[in-house]
Design a binder for this molecule. Structure first.
Ligand code: ASP
Length: 361
């Protein structure tokens, strides 16, 4: 049903976007973002939807954010769900992809849009990207409140599925990428959304349920040449429940016996080990090489083309939801919120290349 006069709630969590230059450097200052948005003419334009700002206290540099902060954001959205038609989460860029991934699992079902944005430069800087990011996000929310269900991230004229994003550049205005899923929207002269890339709206809910994250003990580990089993020993010891292993290439690791044995023993204790790829693009397919198969035999499951951010958030979600280790292993390989491409869905040309490679195993 078309929304005639959409109302948007801006949940302002912090980040560079609203910071002010002070004697101590750039710091988030309460009320400063709101004041500028009230004064800047583009925010008063007729096509900008009506919005209210909920400012978090304290405003945070996103490097200081933890799962309890994800929960605060989710709770604000849940509390105001029936009053607003869409939600704009204004957030620091450093951990925005983690928050976007986490919210996509925590808030369910979600039949309204949640868009995260931020900026590389504060709104009060001359060459800021903040104004464009805020306005594009607000206009998208105002234009498609009834179609853009789910968690998205809008940055530098691109709209991405939130749990497919990763921060790829600390300096450029193009700070984010969605390496394994196309951008769902582009802001050029028009605001174009490819609706075939947006999941159908989840069944209408009075307000989404929230799964609080952060109780589970999960972590990530990036493999490196020269690592030894002892590097993993601490990480895998109790009470750890799940670890995202950032593997080489298409899900490979050394076939060294002590290393594999450490993984095997962790699996036997009920630790869930999930392989993702270090390369930005592609999928962790443990069936492709002997080095990947050795991981699978040690109990590691494939996280396919999930980002580390999505895989970590998903581990939190599944354990905090109360799943057993066996069920977590199963669900990590299943597409729940559009966060992974199941192996059957890889484009045919890539599938052919993989089959060819498999012959050399
Ligand atoms: N450190 C800042 C943050 O993530 C960086 C930014 O917002 O761009 O909060």
């Amino acid at each position: 049903m078309a929304v005639s006069d959409p109302r948007i709630l801006v949940a302002y969590a912090g980040g560079t976007i609203g910071m002010k230059e002070t004697a101590e450097g750039h710091v988030p200052v309460s009320g400063y973002l709101q004041k500028q948005m009230q004064e800047l003419p583009p925010f008063q334009a007729d096509d900008v939807p009506t919005y209210d700002i909920h400012e978090f206290d304290p405003l945070l540099d996103s490097s200081n954010m933890a799962p309890e902060d994800w929960l605060r954001i989710a709770e604000v959205i849940q509390e105001h769900y029936s009053t607003y038609d869409g939600f704009l989460v204004v957030h620091g860029t450093d951990t925005m992809a983690f928050t976007a991934s986490a919210l996509s699992f925590m808030l369910h079902p979600l039949d309204k849009p949640v868009v995260l944005t931020g900026a590389q430069l504060p709104l009060d800087e001359t060459r800021t990207d903040a104004q464009g990011n805020l306005l594009t996000s607000l206009l998208l929310l105002g234009q498609y409140p009834d179609r853009l269900a789910g968690v998205h991230l809008c940055f530098d004229d691109r709209l991405y599925r939130g749990n497919r994003t990763t921060k790829v550049n600390a300096d450029s205005f193009s700070a984010f990428a969605s390496p394994n899923y196309p951008a769902v929207g582009t802001a050029g002269i028009n605001l174009d959304v490819d609706w075939s890339l947006v999941p159908a709206s989840e069944s209408p809910a009075r307000s989404p349920n929230i799964t609080p994250l952060g109780e589970a003990t999960v972590s990530t580990f990036r493999l490196f040449p020269g690592m030894e089993a002892r590097h993993l020993d601490n990480l895998l010891s109790p009470p750890v429940q799940g670890v995202v292993l950032e593997c080489f290439g298409s899900g490979n690791a050394p076939e060294e016996e002590a290393f594999l044995d450490t993984l095997r023993r962790a699996t036997d204790r009920g630790v869930v080990l999930v392989a993702v790829t270090q390369p930005l693009r592609g999928t962790a397919d443990l069936n492709l090489y002997a080095t990947g198969q050795a991981l699978a035999e040690a109990g590691v499951v494939s996280g396919y083309d999930m980002t580390t951010e999505a895989a970590l958030a998903k581990l939190y979600y599944l354990f905090d939801h109360g799943y057993t280790a066996e069920a977590v292993r199963d669900q990590m390989q299943t597409n729940l919120r559009g966060e992974l491409t199941p192996p059957d869905d890889v484009p045919p040309a890539l599938g052919r290349a993989r089959r060819r490679l498999a012959r050399f195993r």
